[in-house]
Design a protein around this ligand. Structure first.
Ligand code: SF4
Length: 327
């Protein structure tokens, strides 16, 4: 592949779950298309239950997608045999939300971090031990950590162990699923800064899954906003925060706490919960909660409109902007 091709293209991806006793499937991911370039951080944001974690898992075939295409480095992952997919996995790694649950507590840290190297047959014992020390140093842990067990570490240190394991095989892509939401606020920024540094040092691309828009602002290049299984807005991070178009995005951004009261705008309070994804509302899925809803909103599903200006690129799914496109 050339540098100009996207690292990852997700094309019309669907992941539907069939629940026993329920006639209609849960459409957790419903026709999502996104792309990610090398060295880029794409954040996928939305409330809990919007399908963002399922999207990431379906894209990497941790959950088998219902349909769609996922092109990674020019190869469709959905066409790979299990064996070839396993080999490919070393180029795509995961960092999980709960560092404690994702580490085998019976193993010393050295074995946890070198496990991917052993599984993929990378190097011999000596070279793996050398790599282990480099990895621990890279993530800010003392080399003596190798002989200790996960329960001996704080939450932030455990997430550093998870990150060391994720980068051990020098992947191109890391999916980080709410990697700081289980940590104290004071530790969150340390882990975010570590991820930003590793992205630069190791030329990584991230898919960053989170409900926290304050974090998104610091780490992202582009942001996709997800609601009830679909992407409803997609833009560069500066464009999205300075000019949010979708009423849902506007509400999420208005809820970010600000230290300087002069920057505080009017808070838009979202009422109601995310609806049942097995029975999504007609038309625009957000219409029961939208303060700008019009008659058409419950009748017609809004198309994806491209509204970039001044060289910025921005898509939104909302009837409010149909006239702007047709002018
Ligand atoms: Fe609100 Fe209608 Fe836009 Fe949906 S399409 S976000 S209901 S204005």
């Amino acid at each position: 592949m050339t540098d100009r091709e996207p690292l990852l293209e997700i094309i019309d991806l669907n992941k539907h779950f069939y629940v026993k006793g329920q006639q209609r499937p849960v459409r957790a991911v419903d026709g999502v298309s996104l792309e990610l370039n090398r060295g880029e951080t794409l954040s996928v944001v939305g409330e809990s239950g919007c399908g963002k974690s399922t999207l990431a898992r379906a894209a990497l075939r941790i959950h088998e997608p219902t349909s769609g295409r996922v092109i990674f480095k020019g190869q469709d992952l959905l066409n790979l045999s299990r064996k070839r997919l396993r080999a490919k996995r070393k180029e795509m790694q995961f960092i999980f939300q709960d560092p404690y649950a994702s580490l085998d507590t019976r193993w010393p840290v050295g074995s946890i971090v070198t496990e991917p190297l052993v599984i993929h047959g990378a190097g011999d014992y000596r070279s793996r031990q050398k790599k282990l020390h480099e990895l621990l140093e890279l993530v800010g842990l003392d080399p003596t950590a190798a002989n200790r067990y996960p329960h001996e570490f704080s939450g932030g240190q455990r997430q550093r162990i998870g990150i060391a394991r994720a980068v051990a095989l020098e992947p191109d892509l890391i999916v980080a699923d709410e990697p700081v939401s289980a940590l104290d606020v004071s530790i969150q920024s340390q882990i975010i800064n570590l991820l930003i540094r590793l992205k630069q040092d190791l030329s990584l691309a991230y898919i960053f899954i989170t409900h926290d828009l304050a974090v998104v602002k610091h780490i992202s290049d582009r942001v996709a906003v997800m609601y009830l299984g679909v992407i409803i807005e997609f833009a560069g991070v500066e464009e999205l925060f300075s000019n949010p178009l979708h009423p849902y995005t506007q509400a999420l951004i208005s809820a970010i706490p600000r230290i300087d009261y002069r920057q505080s705008g009017r808070r838009i309070v979202l009422t109601g919960d995310v609806p049942d994804p097995s029975d999504p509302p007609s038309g625009c899925r957000f219409h029961p909660r939208c303060i700008h809803r019009m008659d058409i909103c419950s009748q017609e599903q809004p198309q994806t409109l491209t509204l970039g200006s001044n060289g910025s690129w921005h898509t939104v799914n909302c009837h409010l902007y149909t006239d702007a496109i047709n002018l």
